[in-house]
Design a protein around this ligand. Structure first.
Ligand SMILES: [Zn+2]
Length: 635
């Protein structure tokens, strides 16, 4: 996730040498356990990185069923066409697997989906009827990080073809997206991931329209996100896993993982994640020969003793989004500096133990998500101004000791950057460092009973619809008392983010009677996705549609007063209002910028006159906190 400096680039040539070392290691390994010895070479240094990992081999596989990664000893990852072909072969060869597509990319590629289950539960309704848990596993949202694709294909093969991983589909439906960012996946180069150690070539982080899909979950700008949301709304999976590769410091672990754990997560969902993922899946993955850690983002890569700073992914991230749909979202981040093989096998192990745990006990997952849905639904039926739903969080300075499996490192002053830089060595060093992982609520709101969105904000309504929110449409204009917000201190970011110019502001509550035109949209919070509605429509939520720029035009002054007109108006206003004169003179005396800006001095009067546009900086969306009497028409 973070962009890291200070790492030597590994060229294609060097990666080839590394692979050669790996093939040799394979030859010399006997039996099922392979001592992991990784050789990383650069033009200026040779370092041998030895860890105490000894991952279990993936069980033996007939030649025709080897994945591309396995056939090349994890030097390479397959392209889109080959991945689709392998996926279709799995479908043709096994009744346990079906290949489908769930939409089209920007360039028109089919978005592939493999469904794995026993019996006839290949449709959501059938899966629900059978009481099966549905797990959505996703790879290549960042197409330069293909570990999950090669791990998932091997795992489905071992479940369905070689049957060397029996029992993993019991009580389950697995939805596997081998390549989510298909267009980025085909922008192939050895140079797409400067920090990453293989495979030889990989795809690109964003779509071909330069959208990072892992920031698009709320604003849903891309056809990929819209297709994903449709898939999610259709299946309503019970668990989500997203497969990535880190950036960041060097350390011993080959695989790290994370899930959100702030106060916005349903208690039952968080309890399940702790009990099953933290206490069972992660230790089982480690027992299979991996080194597993919670996701590691260091405060300073040059001084690991300063500690680890946890992050909370807002709902723009996949694993920040599924929790506001009341579903666990598990982030896997393999370590970029480890070669491809231990990264893929680490992902394979984490995934298979996740399936094993949910297969063994689907009920605890199903109960956790059901409890969260029921609570959300029940809360939505009543308005309580004292009840608060948190939408934004910040880390506290409270730390707990974390036993870190680090590597020795030293820093020296760079004559290139002029700043100290870090060099990581190969010797394992165990150290205890502070882990800052406690969040406090920064912003919380009292959930209303409904939001009302005026019909003319069509892009906003379209996004709400894409998220599958239940909405009602008014048949005629309605006049209604609402709470809303007036924005003050509006500031603009210096550059666009994900193609959008994001404002920052303070939101002041206003109470008004407003008229909403016919076909305006009412969003009740008595629905399972109420947290999505609040995160989109409460302006102060970090991924609100206000923050994403959907309402930017409301921050613009649209009518202009001529200076000579304002001169006359100002004189008339001053003559009739001694308090206004006092206020004006005080501002002249206390604010030098104001005093030296002729236009600002005239604008002072315009803004206090009846000519000023009262709707500028006013949020068009209303919060309704009293029950609505009249029945409303469904769209
Ligand atoms: Zn990633």
């Amino acid at each position: 996730m973070p962009v890291l400096p200070d790492l030597p680039r590994i060229s294609v040539q060097e990666t080839k040498m590394l692979r050669a070392a790996f093939v040799l290691a394979l030859f010399f390994s006997a039996g099922l356990l392979l001592p992991l010895q990784v050789k990383t070479q650069t033009k200026t240094q040779t370092k041998t990185q030895t860890t105490n990992m000894s991952q279990n081999q993936i069980p033996s596989v007939p030649a025709e069923w080897l994945t591309h990664a396995e056939k090349t000893d994890y030097r390479e990852t397959p392209r889109y066409a080959e991945t689709i072909e392998y996926s279709k072969r799995l479908d043709q060869a096994s009744p346990l697997i079906k290949f489908q597509t769930f939409g089209k990319s920007g360039e028109g590629r089919d978005l592939p989906l493999l469904i794995a289950t026993e019996g006839d539960t290949f449709r959501p309704e059938a899966a629900r009827r059978a009481g099966k848990a549905v797990i959505l596993i996703q790879a290549c949202i960042h197409a330069g990080e293909p570990d999950g694709k090669d791990a998932g294909l091997a795992l489905l093969r071992d479940i369905a073809i070689t049957k060397t991983r029996p029992g993993l589909l019991k009580n389950l439906v697995v939805l596997f997206i081998p390549i989510y960012n298909t267009d980025g996946h085909e922008r192939v180069s050895p140079y797409n991931r400067i920090n990453q150690n293989g495979p030889a070539e990989m795809g690109w982080r964003t779509t071909s329209s330069y959208q990072n899909l892992n920031r698009d979950y709320m604003k849903a700008d891309t056809p990929e996100t819209r297709a994903w949301l449709a898939l999610w709304n259709r299946w309503k999976p019970d668990l989500f896993v997203d497969c990535h590769v880190t950036d960041g410091a060097d350390y011993q672990y080959n695989i790290t993982y994370q899930h959100e754990h702030h106060a916005g997560i349903a208690e039952s969902v968080l309890a399940w994640e702790k009990k099953v993922i933290d206490e069972r899946v992660a230790p089982a993955t480690e027992a299979a020969g991996n080194l597993v850690s919670w996701y590691l983002e260091f405060i300073d890569n040059r001084d690991l003793t300063k500690g680890i700073q946890d992050f909370n992914g807002s709902p723009r991230f996949s694993t920040g989004y599924t929790p506001i749909r009341n579903r666990p979202g598990i982030l896997i981040e393999t370590h970029m500096l480890k070669p491809y093989r231990p990264r893929v096998i680490g992902t394979y192990d984490f995934l298979r133990f996740t399936l094993a745990e949910v297969s063994r006990d689907p009920q605890s997952l199903l109960a956790a998500v059901r409890e969260a849905d029921e609570k959300t639904l029940a809360d939505g039926h009543t308005y309580d101004p004292a009840r608060r739903f948190p939408v934004d969080f910040e880390l506290t300075d409270k730390a707990t000791p974390y036993k870190l499996k680090a590597l020795e490192y030293h820093t020296e002053l760079s004559d290139i950057s002029g700043a100290p830089y870090v060099t990581f060595g190969t010797k394992p060093v165990d150290m205890t460092v502070p882990m800052y992982n406690e969040f406090r609520v920064k912003t919380a709101v009292a959930p209303p009973l409904y939001y009302i969105v005026p019909v003319q904000w069509k892009d906003v309504i379209e996004v709400l619809r894409t998220h599958g929110l239940t909405m009602q449409t008014t048949t005629e204009p309605i006049v209604i008392d609402v709470e809303s917000y007036r924005f003050v201190d509006v500031k603009w970011a210096g550059s666009p983010f994900e193609g959008r110019l994001m404002p920052s502001f303070k939101a002041e509550v206003v109470h008004e009677r407003r008229t909403f035109p016919a076909r305006s949209v009412i969003v009740p919070l008595a629905q399972e996705s109420a947290k999505v509605a609040m995160n989109l429509l409460e302006p102060e939520a970090p991924d609100s549609l206000v923050h994403w720029g959907f309402f930017n035009a409301t921050f613009e002054e649209k009518e202009y007063a001529e200076n000579y007109v304002l001169e006359k108006l100002a004189r008339e206003m001053l003559a009739g209002d001694p308090r206004l004169r006092e206020e004006f003179e005080k501002k002249l005396a206390s604010d030098a910028n104001f005093a030296s800006n002729p236009r600002a001095r005239l604008q002072f009067f315009y803004q206090r006159s009846p000519y000023w546009d009262k709707q500028m900086n006013l949020y068009p969306v209303g919060r309704i906190v009293a029950p609505l009497a009249a029945p409303l028409k469904q769209p």
